[in-house]
Design a protein around this ligand. Structure first.
Ligand SMILES: NC(=O)c1ccc[n+]([C@@H]2O[C@H](COP(=O)([O-])OP(=O)(O)OC[C@H]3O[C@@H](n4cnc5c(N)ncnc54)[C@H](OP(=O)(O)O)[C@@H]3O)[C@@H](O)[C@H]2O)c1
Length: 297
């Protein structure tokens, strides 16, 4: 039940937006996965709070387009654009390290992520490593870079991760994604304990299904499948999720962004994963289900 309280507090206080500038000071914010969906909305919310922005994305054209519009809407802010493929194991992050070292960055939103759908054995090793690299390894690498700088600067600061409701559930045919998000959630919660002495707040966010993103098309999820039709009934807009993230960040260690997510978590706590696994196994056997019930052909 205790996870309902943070949700309700953030939800009920949404009219009074959390002033991150007032709380953390600093001139710069950083957002990964900045050109699309939740990350794009987070960048807009930070620009509204007069943050200059380091924006990171995989696709150059999307980032250029997004930043051009942002600078029209917020002509007083400065933006540094970085194109980085988080799935690339050979990525060096030198330019990012330099920017973080030189600029007064106090709020960091680790938001980039993606999912793939298939039977685990049908993924190539490259596909497996690119998902783990992007959703776990790069997040940890970047946090290591930020923390070294923040500890030196001794400034109060904030590090936020976009995890997912998916990590509360075992999901067949999407095995890597919830596992990666479970890692991120645990990493953030444990970090929030040891980073307290450095004045660094950690928050991890668990959105449910979100509209206005490329997430489902990149995962090649079939919008006509029964699972996706049910899921879409509970979707939130990327803007309202970004509002929730800004509002709750630094106030709680772990946040669910909707009642659906809170109740799913409550349900899983009550029923337990053992029973859920047995139910899934039974359904798969009775209805002869395979990855095509989620995946576009
Ligand atoms: N949408 C949902 O229903 C949902 C629910 C729960 C949690 N989430 C999480 O929310 C976060 C944001 O996703 P979204 O829903 O806003 O989806 P989105 O519209 O697909 O945005 C994802 C962002 O991450 C970037 N990204 C993906 N792979 C990358 C890589 N290898 N290297 C660098 N950047 C990469 C994308 O850049 P490009 O555009 O260049 O590919 C894009 O800017 C993700 O961590 C996702 O797991 C989403």
């Amino acid at each position: 039940m205790t996870h309902l309280i943070p949700y309700l507090v953030v939800k009920l206080s949404r009219r009074k937006m959390n002033n991150l500038k007032g709380k953390y000071g600093g001139k710069w914010g950083l957002v990964t996965g900045a050109a699309s969906g939740i990350g794009k909305q987070l960048s807009i919310k930070l620009a509204k709070q007069d943050y200059n922005l380091i924006l990171i994305n995989k696709t150059t054209s999307d980032l250029n387009e997004m930043v051009s519009q942002l600078l029209i809407d917020f002509p007083n802010i400065k933006v540094e654009k970085l194109v980085i493929d988080f799935s690339d194991q050979n990525e060096k992050f030198e330019k990012l390290e330099k920017l973080v070292e030189e600029l007064d960055v106090t709020v960091f939103f680790n938001n980039a992520g993606f999912s793939q759908v298939n039977d685990f054995v049908n993924f190539s090793w490259n596909q497996i490593m690119s998902e783990i690299q992007c959703n776990i390894v790069t997040n940890i690498k970047l946090t290591h870079i930020y923390m070294k700088k923040l500890i030196k600067s001794k400034k109060k600061s904030l590090i936020v991760f976009t995890s997912s409701m998916a990590h509360y559930l075992p999901i067949p045919w999407m095995i890597l994604y919830p596992s990666c998000k479970a890692f991120i959630t645990d990493f953030s919660i444990s970090s929030s304990i040891h980073a307290k002495k450095y004045n660094i707040d950690f928050t991890v966010i668990h959105p449910g299904p979100v509209d206005g993103t490329q997430f489902f098309s990149i995962a090649k999820l079939n919008p006509k499948s029964l699972v996706m039709r049910i899921t879409s009934l509970f979707s939130q807009s990327s803007e309202s999720v970004a509002d929730f993230i800004i509002n709750g960040s630094g106030r709680f260690y772990s946040l669910d962004t909707s009642l659906l997510v809170c109740f799913l978590r409550l349900f899983m706590d009550l029923i337990g994963k053992d029973i859920i696994v047995s139910i899934f196994q039974l359904l798969i056997k009775i209805f002869h289900l395979d990855s095509s019930c989620l995946k576009k052909n």
